[in-house]
Write a protein that binds this ligand. Structure first.
Ligand SMILES: [Mg+2]
Length: 218
């Protein structure tokens, strides 16, 4: 875990979902592979050919953007997939219930944090998938329903400032009182930090369990 620019008095915590509120390498890789397979079908390429093409695009993008990484959602738009289509694919392909189960430790952690902070989720998955995921983890009621911000809320893909600004507005907090928490610096932290938010880079949900300690909550 690594902390950046933490505010003296934060009031809102904005969580990434995948790889942050749960750790499940097989499910995470399955999401990426499923989208690449579907993209390959559209472009008449095998899974391997499509994966190589996406990797090549992402390498070039990183080279042109000072080494920053883009998200798969971002790459899909470069391969001609509209946001509505990407939302539909994700809704069709992703079944969190096949991989995730209730996480009592996460529920306890978020319950502690919710006493002192407003909580939101900002994810590149659609709201429908986000809600299913939070329900599987047993933490759906830890977030106000309007504060689950997905790909189809602002209709942009992280990395982008819009969903973070939206989250701050919904939670009634200025950016300087918000902390973005996620597992990918370039996707979850870089732009929030530029907005004046704090950031916490986690390796997975195990680090999220430690957050009450970071914020000195007993
Ligand atoms: Mg993530």
């Amino acid at each position: 875990m690594k902390c950046y620019n933490l505010p003296a008095k934060p009031s809102a915590l904005i969580f990434d979902m995948d790889g942050t509120l749960y750790t499940h390498a097989e499910y995470l890789q399955g999401q990426i592979d499923g989208m690449i397979r579907r993209l390959g079908q559209v472009h008449g390429k095998s899974f391997e050919e499509m994966r190589d093409a996406v990797e090549e695009y992402e390498k070039t993008w990183a080279r042109d953007h000072g080494g920053r990484k883009c998200s798969l959602g971002y790459s899909l738009t470069a391969f001609g997939i509209s946001l509505d289509e990407a939302v539909r694919w994700r809704e069709e392909l992703f079944e969190p219930g096949r991989y995730l189960m209730e996480d009592g430790e996460l529920k306890k952690t978020l319950g502690l944090l919710a006493r002192d902070y407003q909580l939101a989720v900002v994810t590149n998955n659609p709201v429908l998938v986000a809600r299913k995921t939070l329900t599987c983890l047993g933490v759906a009621d830890c977030f106000p329903s309007e504060a689950v911000i997905g790909l189809d809320t602002c209709r942009v893909v992280k990395p982008h400032t819009a969903p973070f600004i939206k989250a701050a507005e919904l939670l009634g907090a200025p950016p300087a009182a918000c902390v973005s928490i996620g597992d990918r610096y370039d996707v979850d932290l870089l732009l929030p930090l530029e907005l004046g938010m704090g950031g916490i880079l986690v390796d997975g949900v195990e680090d999220v369990y430690e957050l009450p300690g970071i914020f000195s909550i007993a």
